[in-house]
Design a protein around this ligand. Structure first.
Ligand SMILES: C[S@@+](CC[C@H](N)C(=O)[O-])C[C@H]1O[C@@H](n2cnc3c(N)ncnc32)[C@H](O)[C@@H]1O
Length: 301
């Protein structure tokens, strides 16, 4: 894999919107349902923008900017609600945004003002290029306790555990304003548990099929906040099934005290900790939990 062209392949998702597949990470940037649908249902709608009066300025951190779809969708909704954004972006690779902005169909997806602002932000000093783990301490120094929204959209924990560690999630949590929210598509027990260990309240984001629990589609993601997360049309408390998930070995957090560990090291260390916890007793095997609740897939782990 020498050129970016072989690492990132453009994809059109079910709703017609632009996305990418990364062969480095072996994963798509968005669910096959659609980049636009995902940005709106998992990041913009559960943000609770109605909580702020017109004219407010929200501080936002886009964690893993990628193509910029989450930021663009947020920009459109904020413009409609008369909200300003004080924006920060974190991203390792310049290619996803460059490829998206060069794609005519991606450009047509957005209102011209949102697209123009996305281009400006991507070229600004607020766009922090590099490994997010190295960028977070400086951002935290400036913005601790002031961020209203963190849009956490890293590749899934098994593909990119570096960004789902207790250390990274604790730093993202420390950025949050008391009424702020971290939003993610991820419902993994290890991520939810780490958010709790970081002292945050958590709630489930409604699944695409709605708030009722379907066996194979039980959650659309997770919201976390230093303060209470009231039940809203798109948020609900964790169900008994989800609470039990957090008492299985899948809830063992990813850890990276050095902030520089490779994927394989983080995965191996977690496996060791899981084996130790199982041997000590008191932790259920996730397979048993899944069978008890009639769940077949393991993609939320
Ligand atoms: C799922 S994609 C993000 C999708 C994006 N939000 C969008 O709407 O297009 C994950 C992104 O994480 C970036 N990434 C991977 N490792 C990273 C790291 N250590 N620090 C910062 N970004 C990273 C990848 O380059 C990729 O763009």
């Amino acid at each position: 894999m020498t050129s970016s062209a072989s690492r990132l392949e453009p994809r059109r998702t079910a709703d017609g919107s632009f996305s990418l597949f990364s062969s480095d990470f072996g994963e798509g940037f968005h669910s096959s349902r659609g980049a636009l649908a995902e940005a709106r249902s998992k990041f913009v709608a559960p943000a609770g923008l109605e909580r702020w009066p017109r004219g407010s300025c929200l501080t936002v951190v886009d964690m893993c900017v990628g193509t910029g779809s989450n930021t663009a969708a947020l920009l459109e909704e904020c413009a409609a609600r008369g909200l300003e954004l004080n924006w920060w972006g974190l991203e390792l690779d310049r290619e996803p945004l460059r490829l998206a902005l060069a794609d005519a169909a991606f450009r047509r997806q957005w209102q011209p003002a949102a697209l123009e602002r996305l281009e400006q932000l991507g070229a600004s000093a607020r766009m922090l290029w590099g490994d997010a783990r190295q960028q977070l301490p400086a951002l935290l120094e400036q913005q601790r306790g002031q961020v209203h929204l963190v849009l956490m959209d890293a590749f899934s924990p098994s593909r990119c555990p570096q960004l789902w560690t207790l250390e990274v999630l604790s730093q993202l949590g420390a950025l949050l304003h008391p009424r702020g929210r971290l939003l993610t598509y991820c419902s993994a027990a290890a991520v939810r548990q780490a958010l709790r260990l970081a002292g945050l309240e958590i709630a489930a984001i409604a699944a695409p099929s709605g708030l009722q629990q379907h066996q194979s589609d039980w959650s659309g993601g997770t919201a976390a906040s230093p303060g209470p997360l009231p039940a809203e049309p798109l948020l609900r408390p964790l169900s008994p099934m989800e609470e039990e998930h957090l008492r299985t070995n899948a809830a063992e957090p990813y850890r990276d005290p050095s902030g520089t560990a490779e994927r394989e090291v983080i995965l191996r260390e977690r496996q060791r900790a899981q084996a130790e916890a199982m041997a000590a007793g008191g932790v259920e095997a996730t397979g048993a939990w899944r069978r008890r609740w009639g769940l077949s897939s393991s993609h939320h782990q």
